[in-house]
Design a binder for this molecule. Structure first.
Ligand code: SAH
Ligand code: SF4
Ligand code: F3S
Length: 479
């Protein structure tokens, strides 16, 4: 999923402005940087024009990402004319993938920081202050909090103590998000190397955060008023495989991810637990069954398939066939009959025929997703698929994408309209910024629910009678 989120944060002495592109992991990373900067006395501001530090936290998933970064830098560096103190940091996946190539003359970049080096932001700021004419750079996948792949026991103890200390002062959420529902990254990187994807090159190999540290982070957010936690990883349901392999955790019957979820669900303050993104290959039967056992787990599963055609899935190196995927969907629906599903799809992967694309449409009809994110295939440097023959013309991709989205829109409206007249438990997250007295929340199936209320209900879980529905939201009233 790709989103754009703009955030502004200041301090009495220095001000920072965030622009966060890409997936939820980037949002979580921006929040972590914000926490580190608050330790450096940065506070709120509301416009980039007032900032002393602008952080562009970038995404590399599709083409044009470099172009997008360069064109935004072109605008932002002009602000240095009126504010010579302004520093610009480029962070995230473009920083890691493009590296020092981004630093051509007059790029405007003062700090270049990869996602594996976020902890080094304060050091980079100090370095940049001392040597203002040379960019300060930290790239690569070295050790960070929670990365314990090569630690000595003494280093591990030190990192753990620092992380627990950090948990006492959780980073605030970004502007445009809310305190009720927060992200906790439990795994960095990905080992899969799907043939279309840059993530293993920008985020490195899979490294899981130890369960005790995850629990401490979750507890600290809950004690600050959060009610819903979404655990993040690119391959989140393979969480802990590395910890078992390096003997940090003992092997168990249900596996480390199910163990973690069970443990977190026992925290009384937690109202709802979600996680994303799962790989169908690592969806185990015990994980599916857990949804029938733990009422705090949201009844929604984001399970990217990418294509409905086995020929294409194999070329993508996705490790499951459509039939194996559908079997896992059945496990989930056996555990929870009203389980909502969503997915990611790529159209126009090299070699995709009309018949392959039809298999994708058929799969979407069969699963009846609540929503999906579909994109035209975008050839990416370093990945295997960029060299595949039979690249599909852009016009064909665009036509297929429109057909897929039209099919899904119809299904989404049908699913949403079927809720009219039902009562749903809704966790309210935030008031509308445009309509006073209007609040938004999500039900267990992750559907957006809108109601009107004279009292503030953010943070409350309430029963709502659904009275109307459209493609984007359900509308209801409190009962
Ligand atoms: N780890 C997740 C997905 C991470 S990337 C998973 O395995 O499902 C998020 C989504 O971006 C992917 O699911 C895919 O649909 C899309 N994506 C990734 N690389 C892409 C590319 N080269 N072209 C088009 N879409 C791509
Ligand atoms: Fe990319 Fe595949 Fe890893 Fe997902 S599982 S991040 S699509 S390589
Ligand atoms: Fe983009 Fe990096 Fe996320 S490439 S999708 S920000 S992991």
């Amino acid at each position: 999923m790709s989103t754009t989120l703009t955030t502004d944060v200041t301090t009495a002495r220095a001000k920072v402005h965030f622009e966060t592109w890409g997936c939820q992991m980037n949002v979580a990373d921006s929040e972590k940087m914000l926490g580190l900067l608050q330790g450096q006395h940065y506070q709120l501001t509301d416009t980039p024009e007032q900032a002393d530090l602008i952080v562009l936290n970038t995404c590399h998933i599709r083409e044009k990402s470099n172009h997008k970064v360069r064109s935004r830098l072109g605008v932002l560096k002009d602000l240095k004319k009126t504010n010579p103190r302004l520093k610009i940091a480029v962070t995230g996946c473009v920083a890691q993938a493009e590296g020092e190539k981004l630093l051509q003359r007059d790029s405007g970049i003062d700090l270049l920081l990869g996602p594996g080096k976020i902890d080094e932001l304060p050091r980079l700021l100090a370095e940049s202050a001392q040597r203002p004419h040379r960019p300060a750079v930290a790239l690569g996948f070295a050790k960070g909090r929670g990365d314990h792949s090569q630690e000595t026991p003494a280093e591990a103890a030190k990192i753990e103590a620092a992380t627990f200390e950090e948990c006492l002062h959780p980073a605030p959420s970004l502007f445009g998000r809310n305190e009720i529902s927060r992200f906790v990254t439990i795994q960095q990187g990905c080992n899969n190397f799907c043939t279309f994807c840059v993530v293993p090159f920008t985020r490195g190999k899979e490294i899981s955060v130890k369960p005790a540290i995850v629990a401490a982070k979750v507890r600290s957010l809950l004690s600050n008023g959060s009610k819903e936690i979404t655990l993040l990883g690119q391959n989140v349901n393979s969480y802990g495989t590395d910890l078992v392999e390096n003997q940090t955790l003992m092997p168990t019957a249900e596996g480390p991810f199910v163990d973690l979820l069970r443990d977190l669900c026992t925290i009384p303050e937690l109202v709802r637990l979600r996680f994303t993104t799962s790989n169908p290959h690592d969806l185990t039967f015990p994980l599916a069954q857990l949804f029938g056992q733990e009422p705090k787990l949201g009844k929604h599963f984001h399970l990217p398939i990418q294509s409905g055609s086995d020929t294409i899935l194999e070329k993508m190196r996705r490790k499951v066939t459509a039939a194996e995927y559908l079997r896992r969907v059945q496990w989930l629906r056996d555990a929870v009959p009203d389980m909502a599903l969503s997915t990611d799809l790529i159209v126009g992967f090299p070699g995709e025929t009309d018949q392959d694309f039809q298999a994708t449409l058929d799969l979407v009809e069969k699963v009846r997703y609540q929503f999906l994110y579909a994109f035209n295939y975008s050839p990416r440097k370093h990945t295997a698929a960029i060299r595949f023959k039979e690249q599909v013309p852009d016009a064909v991709k665009t036509k297929r994408l429109a057909a897929l989205n039209a099919l899904q829109d119809r299904i989404t409206v049908e699913i949403n309209e079927a809720t009219i007249g039902n009562v749903h438990k809704v966790l309210f997250l935030y008031p509308s910024r445009k309509k006073p007295g209007c609040f938004y929340g999500r039900n267990a199936q992750f559907q957006l629910v809108q109601i009107e209320s004279s009292e503030s209900i953010a943070g409350q879980e309430r029963d709502v009678l659904i009275t109307k529905a459209n493609k984007t939201a359900l509308v209801g009233k409190l009962i």
